[in-house]
Design a protein around this ligand. Structure first.
Ligand SMILES: Cc1ncc(COP(=O)(O)O)c(C=O)c1O
Length: 363
């Protein structure tokens, strides 16, 4: 059996009639840059996330970058984040001229809150936790540290649409990505910031649009980081199904956990009902990860690594960070394996994956 990691053709089959209707309406509207469709999607996404404001931008990277800029984080500043994330998390910090300071992660793959404080210096301006794989960081604890040290918190929620952010997290400005594989993905690219802070909303609304406030009135040196209204129209169709899709992801995750628990050399986190399960990542111990990966691939199952090379080992960062120790981050890099987990995964496909993993470990 062939099992894909994701299969966009299945998604297309479900939505295509609605997509085509929405596209026709969009074409007839004659408004192809920003405009009412963008505003409608922003309002609906803000509501979905329980926030006052949302501003659509071109990518998740630009969302993170613009939030950093809105706090005036720049050259000479430091931002504490993690090295096991998409490289975009750090690029956003580097792109505004600041320095990413990497904190190690805990067994849950998320920022280890007990290791944050010792990284704080006079230059630290913000903590940028990443809700990796759709799992929620310990924001209560991060709030306490940030308050004590007068730091901003910027949340990278690019993998966490539909996660159950608890009250402590609901107050911070968050960045989302609409890269096609995300829990809410565009048929192209897109990103969004959600915030309750009117000043940040106004800054990002202007910055994404050449720094304009009113036509041809450029108040700040901005960029063209606008979201594409066609993507807003298409994602508006998908947003209606997002809660249902998160439930399916959670069901898939629970089944993996129930059926795979107790296997020697396979470590799985407990089921967490707050997680949006963007990715389902296990740890394979005793140096067996690459063998399991190869075995599953030979059986026709697509598996991936998130991420095969952590940020501090990437060519573009390695020189700067060759002296830092991130024990868990480094260890997990050789153990992690992402199994297919998306709303269109068929039950018989998941049964096959589980059977093949059990076969591997029974050998
Ligand atoms: C955790 C995380 N942060 C940031 C990004 C950047 O998003 P985008 O690809 O839309 O720029 C991604 C997406 O890959 C991500 O997974």
């Amino acid at each position: 059996m062939k099992v894909s990691f994701v299969d966009f053709k299945r998604e297309w089959k479900m939505f295509n009639k609605k997509f085509v209707l929405a596209f026709k309406k969009f074409g007839q509207s004659g408004v192809y840059v920003l405009g009412p469709e963008v505003e409608k999607f922003e309002n609906n996404f803000a509501k979905f996330c329980g926030y006052k404001y949302a501003v659509g931008v071109s990518t998740g990277l630009s969302a993170l970058e613009m939030i950093l800029r809105s706090y005036d984080i720049k050259c000479g500043d430091e931002v504490i984040t993690v090295a096991n994330s998409a490289v975009a998390t750090s690029l956003a910090i580097s792109n505004v001229g600041a320095k990413p300071v990497f904190c190690d992660v805990g067994d849950d793959f998320l920022i280890d809150v007990d290791k944050i404080e010792k990284l704080i210096t006079k230059k630290t301006k913000a903590i940028l936790p990443v809700h990796l794989f759709g799992k929620i960081c310990n924001i209560e604890k991060i709030n306490i540290i940030a308050k004590k040290n007068k730091l901003f918190i910027i949340e990278d929620a690019c993998q966490a649409h539909g996660a159950n952010f608890n009250g402590a997290s609901a107050i911070h400005t968050k960045a989302f990505s609409f890269y096609p594989t995300k829990n809410l993905g565009a048929l192209g690219e897109g990103g969004m910031i959600v915030t309750n802070d009117l000043k940040i909303k106004e800054f990002v609304s202007s910055y994404r649009n050449y720094g304009q406030q009113g036509r041809y009135n450029h108040m700040i040196k901005g960029t063209n980081g606008r979201i594409d209204p066609l993507q807003c129209v298409l994602m508006g169709v998908k947003l209606e199904k997002l809660s249902e899709f998160i439930n399916i992801r959670q069901r898939i995750a629970k089944k993996y956990i129930d059926k795979l628990k107790g296997l020697n050399n396979l470590l799985i986190n407990d089921y967490n009902q707050n997680s949006a399960y963007h990715l389902f990542v296990v740890r394979v111990l005793s140096g067996q990860r690459d063998y399991l990966k190869k075995f599953l691939e030979e059986k026709g199952i697509d598996v991936l690594l998130h991420y095969p090379t952590t940020i501090h080992h990437q060519q573009c960062y390695v020189e700067e960070y060759k002296k830092i120790n991130l024990d868990n981050t480094d260890k997990f890099q050789n153990e992690i394996l992402s199994l297919p987990c998306y709303p269109f995964l068929k039950s018989k496909e998941q049964d096959y994956i589980i059977k093949m993993i059990k076969t591997f470990f029974s050998k």
